[in-house]
Design a protein around this ligand. Structure first.
Ligand SMILES: *Cc1c(COP(=O)(O)O)cnc(C)c1O
Length: 382
């Protein structure tokens, strides 16, 4: 299980060409809103930076390369990317969404888009029989996040894609948790891949961003139109930072995955830990699917602590290497309390049904030494 050898080379060079005018090896930051024209509508391919910007163009080529797709599109946040995908739908359309999605995704669907007469049905997609039964003639999209957040369930993308084909629905996969280096949804039948580049792709906790990748030209045109007409684009500086981040994605992911594995194994043996959620543990209910579908398991590990909520707070406050903060996928390790933080917007009944309770803790293992991470957990659990 690991990053493919060729991906180490791909990430260093993806989207980047020496600047034709100067030879600069790094893509310049084209910090400009507009471009001088020689005659009305005669220009060098760029007329306004909402429509296109050379730094962003390089990033979009890099995004496509990361997922092995024909097209990439950059957005100002992961949720802006998701919004653009939903905006290709029409009123009356129905979307099946896996029940354990990122809290903000559920909020976007329930509170923003439901009022435009789009309906969203949240179901457990580890149950394929239930999924197939939930398809309706107006189901136009199936939305999968795998591994899920925060319980790290694994959904079989290939099996879901067969159901999507039968129902003539588009399959969208949020690939944020695995990163493009550990899971390639297009190889299993996805139509659209989305990432919050705020997480592993950005990797340094300094950018909010999103990416959409597609193979189909018509679908690309539709989403690109939303990007242009709606305007949720990243600025050239963010595009430059992401190009810089992508170069180290392979080395970072290897370390995140190694640390995640060590931390999961450590927690499993700790007497104060009730249950560990990590797709790389053989006792994980979808371990076989995870092993087939993923090339690594990333650095996300969730667990239930024994005791009560006060014990959890004490544990969170004793940690020193892990910082208590929202987000994930950065070089520094973070700890999160889903019930009170990232998943506070999920309806309480849904949280209870999913198993997101007061004792649940989610770790994002960074790229520090595994020994130091385990020492930190050991001290805080004592
Ligand atoms: C963070 C996250 C998002 C939303 O991305 P933003 O960049 O915060 O808008 C979507 N999906 C997943 C899985 C995430 O972790």
């Amino acid at each position: 299980m690991n990053v493919r050898a060729a991906d180490f080379t791909k990430v260093v060079h993806a989207g980047v060409e020496a600047d034709p005018r100067t030879g600069a090896i790094m893509t310049p930051i084209f910090q400009t809103s507009t471009y001088v024209q020689s005659a009305p509508n005669e220009h060098k391919g760029w007329d306004y930076s909402r429509a296109g910007n050379p730094t962003r163009d390089a990033l979009e080529v890099a995004f496509a390369a990361l997922e092995g797709a024909r097209h990439g599109l950059a957005f100002s946040s992961g949720l802006a990317a998701e919004q653009a995908i939903i905006q290709i739908l029409n009123p009356g359309d129905h979307v099946l969404v896996c029940d354990d999605v990122y809290g903000g995704t559920g909020r976007l669907f329930r509170r923003l888009f439901a009022k435009y007469n789009l309906s969203f049905e949240f179901i457990d997609m580890t149950d394929l029989v239930k999924l197939e039964a939930a398809l309706r003639p107006e189901t136009k999209m199936i939305w999968v996040e795998t591994p899920t957040n925060p319980l790290l369930k694994v959904i079989d993308i290939e099996a879901v894609s067969r159901i999507a084909r039968r129902g003539k629905a588009l399959l969208v996969v949020d690939n944020t948790f695995a990163s493009p280096l550990f899971q390639s949804p297009f190889e299993w039948g996805a139509d659209i891949v989305v990432h919050s580049t705020t997480k592993y792709i950005g990797g340094h906790s300094d950018i909010i961003g999103g990416a959409v990748m597609v193979n189909d030209d018509a679908l690309h045109e539709q989403i690109k139109f939303v990007q242009f007409a709606g305007g949720a684009v990243p600025g050239p500086f963010e595009a430059f930072l992401l190009l810089r981040s992508i170069k180290t994605l392979a080395v970072r992911m290897e370390k995140h995955a190694a640390n995640g594995m060590e931390v999961a194994h450590y927690l499993k043996t700790h007497p104060k830990v009730a249950q560990v959620f990590f797709p790389g543990l053989p006792e994980h209910p979808q371990y076989a699917i995870a092993k087939r579908q993923m090339r690594g398991f990333s650095g996300m590990v969730s667990f239930n602590l024994k005791g009560n909520y006060d014990d959890v707070v004490r544990f969170l406050q004793k940690l020193e290497v892990f910082s208590l903060a929202e987000s994930l996928g950065g070089v520094e390790s973070l700890v999160n309390h889903p019930e009170k933080m990232t998943h506070a917007s999920v309806p309480e009944e849904m949280r209870r049904h999913l198993g997101i309770g007061s004792q649940l803790v989610r770790l994002s293992c960074g790229i520090e030494s595994a020994e130091d991470l385990i020492k930190d957990l050991k001290r805080a659990l004592a």
